[in-house]
Design a protein around this ligand. Structure first.
Ligand code: ZN
Length: 203
């Protein structure tokens, strides 16, 4: 299983990090060892002083595919969930400045806490799914998939030109604006529509 993460897929988030808007999707990978399941805590790592949350809708791939045409892309994922693309922003900024890969800032252990997945059929319209993040009961991020720069179908089609998608692979579809630091003792709660789907304590 692999995790494919899309960067800069919401306009306001690209602006808040001073990044240009992409003309094509940007993606990077996290390994399976990044996953945190079943509301287990996140242990703040020693190598960073600036871990950020990024709250993202996650797609679960349900069949093998490569060179997938956009009109068939919707048949390649059957479940939707929410996850945090935890990012060591200090290390990422160092990597960016030196033109180095981002893995140490993005792919570390526990950098992908995942919540509950539900069948796609639970949602009326893939292009109108509201989601949000509360940190210590205060709303910090609010997004809606209608604001995606590249739709789910576009992402699946694009990524599959480079990487074969396999059953169980996950695609993190990008974060809306409002990213910020987590601290030891924080309580993160992520919602799809009105339902809490992910609960994470930082230790
Ligand atoms: Zn992200």
């Amino acid at each position: 299983m692999k995790i494919i993460c899309i960067g800069r897929n919401y306009v306001e988030h690209a602006i808040e990090l001073n990044n240009p808007l992409p003309k094509k999707p940007i993606f990077f990978l996290k390994p399976e060892s990044a996953v945190v399941l079943k509301n287990q805590p996140f242990y703040y790592p020693e190598f960073s002083k600036d871990i950020h949350y990024e709250t993202e809708i996650v797609l679960k791939i349900c069949k093998v595919g490569k060179h997938i045409q956009p009109e068939f892309a919707h048949t390649y994922f059957d479940e939707i969930g929410i996850g945090f693309d935890l990012t060591a922003r200090d290390l990422q900024n160092e990597c960016k400045a030196k033109g180095l890969p981002w893995e140490m800032a993005k792919a570390f252990d526990q950098s992908a806490p995942l919540g509950l997945f539900k069948p796609k059929s639970a949602y009326k319209n893939m292009n109108d799914i509201a989601f949000s993040l509360k940190v210590n009961k205060e709303i910090k991020q609010q997004g809606n998939t209608r604001d995606l720069i590249f739709s789910f179908d576009h992402l699946i089609s694009y990524v599959s030109q480079f990487i074969t998608l396999k059953i169980g692979d996950l695609i993190f579809t990008g974060t809306p604006e409002g990213v910020g630091p987590v601290h030891i003792g924080d309580h993160l709660e992520a919602y799809i529509e009105d339902e809490k789907c992910l609960d994470l304590k930082v230790k």
